[in-house]
Design a protein around this ligand. Structure first.
Ligand SMILES: [Zn+2]
Length: 399
């Protein structure tokens, strides 16, 4: 209690001068109260600017809606820019990653939007939030004063310890690591701790995880985003709202299409996400004007926990492919047949069918799951998006 009382004024002061996230957070908090019309005016102004930057003349929304749609294959033509930027390899969650150039402010916007959504979800600044991320956390001081605890999503023991000791208001992260953490807390005999904790996740198999955790947790909130953009959908207590201050979100033929009006390095213009979703005018009890995003389907991975596998099957099964095998393959998809003891890996080879290069992955699957991995070459990856990890619990199908 004393440390909280002491650290707050000190770090409030340091924070004010140090962190760019705050400028964005202030803006987002203010814009969160704008009317829909005002948000649209703001968007149109920004859309004009970014379209002009890429050589398109846009004066009205009609002009914008006439621009061609783009998709990730268009990103291959983008050259590395000069100046300050970071590169992000869009994951593996599509089974077909791309390198994208991102202005460094995108990270600050993303971070600020997370903070805003936690506030929308009722979190007070003194209440801790546990955030699970891939890799090592970088900004420990910043997180410490803000009562955000960032822990690598694989360090389950540290996560459990933190949850039991600090009882965070909210856990933020991908679905599977949150599930793993909660199961470990339950197993340690502390399930009572979970009943006041809510989660904000971007989940690849939300129904399964939700069904498992619903009896224990206080609430579930869906965040939606892509690696190459600031957050696209931010939750309030009742729905997921489209973020209007960083881009334009459209639904075209059932597909979510996004425009980032701050990325001047990579043209994310009417960019097809490959995810399905629906959008409607806000009638949300929270009173915010941002449209509501719902029925989002994308980047699904099955989850399976049965006696045939050494550990539950999930998204992690394809994760090494995006990290270690991009020289060899450009796209992939996995089918798991636990009853037959087989994992089928379908890939698009970059040059020549180099099955041997995938040997370490096959060994890894064998060691982790206890199943044999067979590799199949394919010509293209069309329509793979929503089938990245499929589990078949019946007999093997002919293919
Ligand atoms: Zn709302």
């Amino acid at each position: 209690m004393i440390t909280t009382a002491l650290k707050r004024p000190v770090y409030d002061a340091i924070d004010r001068f140090t962190f760019r996230q705050n400028d964005f957070l202030r803006f987002f908090l203010e814009a969160g109260g704008w009317s829909y019309e005002r948000l649209r005016d703001y968007q149109l102004q920004k859309v004009r600017e970014i379209c002009c930057h890429w050589g398109y003349e846009v004066w009205a929304w009609d002009d914008f809606h006439r621009l061609p749609l783009t998709d990730k294959r268009d990103l291959d033509r983008v050259q590395p820019p000069a100046g300050r930027y970071s590169t992000q390899t869009t994951s593996g969650s599509t089974g077909e990653p791309r390198t994208v150039y991102i202005p460094w402010q995108t990270w600050h916007r993303k971070d600020a939007l997370f903070h805003r959504s936690w506030r929308w979800l009722g979190r007070e600044p003194h209440q801790p939030v546990l955030r699970l991320i891939a890799g090592r956390p970088h900004y420990a001081w910043y997180d410490w004063w803000r009562n955000d605890k960032v822990i690598c999503r694989d360090e389950v023991e540290r996560q459990v310890e933190y949850v039991i000791k600090h009882r965070p208001y909210l856990i933020h992260g991908p679905g599977l690591p949150i599930r793993r953490l909660c199961e470990a807390v339950i197993q340690a005999g502390y399930e009572d701790v979970l009943k006041d904790i809510r989660v904000e996740w971007c989940s690849t198999s939300p129904e399964g995880h939700r069904a498992r955790l619903e009896p224990y947790l206080a609430g579930f909130h869906e965040q939606y985003g892509l690696a190459e953009l600031p957050t696209v959908g931010s939750p309030c207590p009742y729905s997921t709202h489209v973020v209007m201050e960083t881009g334009v979100v459209e639904v075209v033929d059932g597909e979510i299409v996004v425009t980032d009006f701050n990325n001047t390095l990579t043209p994310i213009l009417r960019y097809r996400t490959g995810d399905e979703g629906k959008m409607r005018e806000s009638d949300c009890p929270c009173g915010r004007a941002f449209p509501i995003l719902y029925d989002v389907k994308g980047r699904r991975c099955d989850y399976y926990d049965g006696p045939e596998v050494r550990q539950p099957v999930g998204w992690w099964l394809v994760s090494p492919l995006g990290h270690n095998y991009l020289d060899t393959i450009s796209a992939w998809r996995v089918e798991v047949y636990p009853r037959d003891g087989v994992v089928r890996l379908f890939v698009v080879f970059k040059e020549g069918e180099d099955y041997e290069a995938l040997g370490p992955y096959r060994d890894w699957v064998q060691a982790e799951l206890g199943l044999t991995c067979a590799v199949f070459a394919c010509d293209n990856a069309d329509r793979w998006k929503r089938n990245l990890v499929r589990v078949y619990t019946d007999e093997v199908k002919d293919s």
